[in-house]
Every structure is written in structure tokens, then in C-alpha cells.
Write a protein that binds this ligand. Sequence first.
Ligand code: N01
Length: 507
Amino acid sequence: MTSTADKRAARTVKKPEIQQSEPTFVKVVIIGSGFSGLGMAAQLRRHGYNDFVVLEKADSLGGTWRENTYPGCACDVPSLMYSYSFETRGDWSKVWSSQPEIEGYLQDVADKRGVTQKIHFGQKVVSGYWSESESRWHLNTDSGREYIARYVVSGVGALHIPNYPTIPGVADFTGQSFHSAVWDHNVDLRGKRVAVIGTGASAIQFVPHVQKDAGTLTLFQRTPAWVLPRKNFAVPSPFRTLLNKIGLARILARWAVYWGAESLAFGLNGHSNLMRPIEKLAQWNIARSVDDPELREKLTPTYRIGCKRILGSNDYYPALNAQNTTVVDESIAKLTSDAVVTAEGTSYPVDVIIYATGFHVTDGFDQLALKGACGKDLPTHWHETGINTHLGITTAGFPNLFFLLGPNTGLGHNSVVFMIEQQIKYIMKAIEALDGVGAQRIEVRPSVQQEFNSAIQRRLSKGVWTNGGCTSWYLDSQGVNRTVWPGFTWQYWRATKDFRRSEYEIA
Ligand code: N01
């Protein structure tokens, strides 16, 4: 067991001993114990609310930072900013922290804020419905428990259902295979012939590690990523001491990271020519690391930087330049018992296949099969109407349901923890507003929701995700961007800083 696993085991709370016939009544159910759910729970406590539970499908907390354990897994946003503003830390060991450190941070925050004991582990929400007569949500979990709550806050995240490609012959492959998000640490890659399929944010982090271990690495690339130079370095000890001891220094350092990242939003949102110098830097990164001109060309994207997530690494291109690596950009036609075969008929014999093929994005919400006041469950409703919300937080037809990191609040340039915190504050204000007038039901007005969505879609139509010449998981099957916030994050802060009662039907 690793030390992270030990920590997990030590902190894991047993499933609550609740009789199946007895529902649990609470004011608030939070679904998920990642950055979103834990942040919400901490703020509920801070505001004096104790009548809530966090339902977690797994046996330990951490969300995406528990699930992803691939070698090299780290945050690509500096930790000073990729952390809660109410729980800042000055002792991050590196600028961009690794997965175990972030998971440990979340565990520490949960313990310190009295949240761990509020988590019911092993409780995956599988269904639920809104009872109009009771003005309450009824939620059912896969272990047969029922929770009845006034409010439901979803912190399920969008990126947690691994996407396995549908390649003919997958079942015929007799070697070992796994997805990057469910890394099989029992598979020894040393000396093996390893294939990696996919070249996104996850792949570029683990490929250098795999290349070092493997006998040969064959990387199947469908679309190259733009990768900027980035050296992750240990934070010098005097600077850590300064950050640790002086709160103001931490705040200033956070601000520096925040505003540095914000400056990218200009280019991403309608001024994509401003991204050209950044493209030049990424081109230089290829040129300095890759000797073979043919390979350089293969690795150079033809779309505008920012259209897909901008990546950073000093190790990725050198790993592709290594003798034991082959980059294949032909499309994959099929798998056989021991090989990946391309459309051009070339067969690449392999022992292990690692799928770095991302996640089912909208399926993240598909997991939230809650039947609202509109009589339909959320996935069906959104399949019919498209994914529409107000501020990414509420959606018409589903009273008393709030989303954290919901639709159109993801980012390509800054820390999503900032977005989550604005949403938490907004939800707190909504709950307090209802409590203040003794109301029990809140639902966003459809006209307000429509106005919000029209406005953001207008802005997104000018963004690099739509016009940059690529496809990505940010866009749905109709090419509509349902994931990214179109603009600066301070604009989101401004949009959410006041809870406007007039935008809701409150009863
Ligand atoms: O997944 P991806 P990811 N045949 O969807 C390819 C977050 N994240 O796990 O580009 C062949 O980006 C696909 O090709 P193409 C971050 O938000 C954060 O890497 O579609 N290839 C692509 O190359 C990120 O955006 C951190 O043409 C296939 C790759 O697989 C998100 O997670 C770290 C294929 C998938 O890339 C997802 O990243 C890591 C097929 N059938 C991840 N299907 C942080 O540090 C897909 N591909 C915060």
C-alpha cells in the first residue's frame, strides 16, 4: 500500500448503519466529495448549518484526485490557485502539485473543517425524484438507502466516466489494457511493448514515465496537442517559509497567479490572433526537443492554440524523440489478439494498451437521474432541450437542485476552484434567502435561464473553442459549447455575487 492509500484507509468512514426502511431526513444532500462537494460542506458548516450529508459513491473522498492515479498525475494549474481561498497553503512542495499531495490536501481540509464525519461513503445516488407535495427531494442510492432532503447540491463533476474507444476487435486483444483514469498499478510495464492511444492532458503527463519503463512505446495520435514548455520545480524553502508564515504573502502570490492566468482569456474569447505568440512558443518547444523533421510536423497542430486545452511539459516531446518511441498518426482500424492495426494496414504488435481517451462528458450529468417537477429525469430533459442552466447553477423544472461546476462553468485558462467557490457562495445566499422568509421551494424562471443561455452562446460563438479549427470535448454532438465559461472568471464572480430573488419563483 502506498502512503496515500494508507491515509485513505485510515480516514475512510464506514457506511452508516441505517435501516433500509428508514429514510434519512436532512436539509441538504451534497452529491460527491471532490473539490466541489467538500467545499460546499465546509461552507455549510462555516455558516452554522449542520443538517446535511455528503453522499460519496466510493470508499474515500477526493473525486477526480482520488480516481486518477496514473504516473505523473499532477495539476496543470499552480496549486497556490488550485486550492480553496478559505484554506490557502504556503507549503506546496512544487508549483504544480502532484495527485497524492492534492488528495492529501482535500483529506486535511475535510478533517479540519469537520466534514469527514458528514460523508456517507459507498452511497452512489442512482435515482431520485422531486416531491411537489413535500417540497423535498427523495434520493436512492445503490446500497438501497433513501435520503430525503430539502436541497440537493450536485458536486458530481463532468470528467469521471472513462471513455473507451469503440475499436473493432477490442475483445480479441489478449494482452493487458486499462484506461488512464483507472490505472492498473499491477501491470509491470518494464520491457514491455506498450501502446498509448490518445494525446490529451492525461497522456502528456504519463507518457514520459511509460517511455522510460517500456521496451517500446507506440503512441497513437489522432490530433496533436499544443504543448508549452513547463518546468515544474520545487518551491524554494525560504519562499515556502514566507508563504507559510505570512498570510498577505500567500494572498499576493495567489493574485499574481490568478491575474497571470486571466490574461489568457482575451485571446480565448474572440481575439484569437493574440494567441499566435503562444503558438510560436509551443512550436519552439517542439523544435528544441524533436530531431526528426517528419516527427516535428506530425506533432505540430493545425488548429489555433486554446481550441483544445493548452498543455505544458518539458518531458513530453523528449519522450517522443526517444529511440524506443514511435508516433503513429494513422487512424486505428482494429485490434487483433496481439496488435494494433491501422487503416493503412500496418500492424503494431503490443503487450499492453493504455487508453488515454478521455471521458464521457455529458454522461457525467447522465448519472444524475433525478426526476424533476417537469416530470422528466435530468438526462432525458437535457437530451430533449439541450443543456441549459442559469449561471451553471440552477435549471428550470428542477426546484431546489443546485450544480457545482455545472454546464458552461469549466475553464480553459484558470482554476476551476475559483468558479466552484463563487457557486458555493451563491448557493449559500439562496438557501439563506429562503430560510429568511420561511420559503421551501426555489426554481429559476425559464425566461431568466433562456436569457442567460442566449447571452453566453452569443459570446461562445466568437470563442476559440468554436472558431479555432478543432473538435474537442468542450462541444456537444451539435457543436454547441456546453462546458466552458466564455470570458474572464471575474465576470463570473460579478454575475454570481448577488443572489437576485426576482430571477426565481420562490414559494
Ligand atoms: O482526455 P482528452 P484527457 N481513437 O479528451 C484521443 C482534465 N485533465 O483525459 O483530440 C483515437 O483531452 C483524443 O483525440 P482527439 C482536463 O480538463 C486535467 O487527456 O479527440 N484517439 C485525445 O487525444 C482535460 O481536458 C488535468 O482527436 C482517441 C485523447 O484521446 C480533461 O481532463 C490533467 C479516440 C483524449 O483526450 C481530459 O483529458 C489531466 C479514439 N477512438 C486531465 N477517442 C489537470 O492537470 C479519443 N481519442 C488539471
